[in-house]
Design a protein around this ligand. Structure first.
Ligand code: ATP
Ligand code: MG
Length: 278
């Protein structure tokens, strides 16, 4: 008789037993926007800690406030109520400990790929040789070698995204805020970039908040996944991902923990979206 194996979806005891320091915290956060069409509450009752060195993925229906929480972490705007803290301090004004890759790439159209990536290195005063070496490393990393002299208008959507990611990595921020960074990539390149990102973040001990609509991606990359409700967004559930930090993302497809968790995220999210469509 076949006995189906029980998969333990609880976090490994060693991981949950570690003392964890909150690097970003949302305490009773609400954000409302006022416009000519009235007031929209994007997020409400948001209580969430992101721990130093973790990758937190964020999923939820369109318009539930995912970009809004990144904007507040980056200090681009303040909450209407409650507090957003970074390293224990209230975020007020631009948060320079974070590097933010927004849904738009914000490349400088008059600069080439290499010159866009160079911006943070120029700000830091690196000399030409040191800049060139770092740019070569980063263009190689994001698969843009050979396109250093191209202008953003000459690139595909995915190539623009990769240029923006390379520029973000050149800033070398403590915490990366990534808003659907791989949405425009083909599946192979996406998998490669996911692996590289995780490898880099683990090696360099970065903290990451990663917004995505792709539930497989949310499980593949996350140590935890925060699932949001529809707007006004708040946490519906935080799902622990009991896969090792150095997991091989390219080999997860047949991993039972991965497939079960991705299916579980789907179950958490889909009834809500069906409710909206009806
Ligand atoms: N600057 C702004 N001014 C007015 N309303 C805004 C602003 N930014 C966001 N909103 C509103 O807040 C809500 C949440 O927006 P947000 O961009 O955070 O959603 P999201 O979850 O990132 O959606 P998507 O998955 O489509 O990117 C939306 O209703 C949006 O219209
Ligand atoms: Mg968004």
């Amino acid at each position: 008789m076949m006995v189906s194996q029980q998969i333990d979806l609880a976090p490994p005891p060693s991981a949950s037993a570690l003392p964890r320091e909150a690097i970003v915290s949302f305490e009773g956060v609400e954000k409302a926007f006022n416009s000519a069409n009235g007031s929209v509450t994007a997020v409400r009752d948001l209580n969430l800690s992101i721990f130093r060195g973790e990758i937190l993925t964020v999923v939820g229906p369109s318009g539930c406030g995912k970009s809004t929480i990144l904007n507040m972490t980056a200090g681009l705007f303040a909450p209407t109520a409650g507090t957003v803290r970074y390293g224990g301090e209230k975020v007020q004004g631009a948060n320079r400990k974070t590097g933010y890759m927004t849904q738009k790439d914000h490349l400088l159209p008059w600069r080439t790929v290499a010159e866009n990536i160079a911006v943070p290195l120029e700000i830091r005063g690196w000399d030409r040789k040191k800049r060139a070496d770092r740019i070569a490393e980063l263009t190689q990393l994001v698969g843009l070698s050979g396109f250093e002299k191209s202008y953003p208008s000459q690139l595909s959507g995915g190539m623009r995204k990769r240029t923006a990611l390379a520029r973000l990595l050149a800033y070398d921020p403590e915490t990366l805020l990534l808003d659907e960074p791989f949405a425009a990539l083909d599946p192979q390149l996406r998998a490669k970039m996911q692996s590289e990102l995780v490898r880099l973040c683990r090696t360099m001990k970065k903290t990451v908040i990663f917004v995505t609509h792709d539930l497989d991606e949310a499980v593949a990359l996350g140590d935890r996944c925060a699932v949001f409700t529809p707007r006004p967004g708040t946490i519906r559930e935080i799902v622990d991902v009991p896969l090792p930090g150095d997991r091989n993302i390219l080999r997860l497809r047949n991993n039972e923990v991965f497939t079960k968790l991705a299916a579980r995220l789907w179950d958490i999210i889909v009834p809500e979206e069906e409710g909206e469509i009806r």
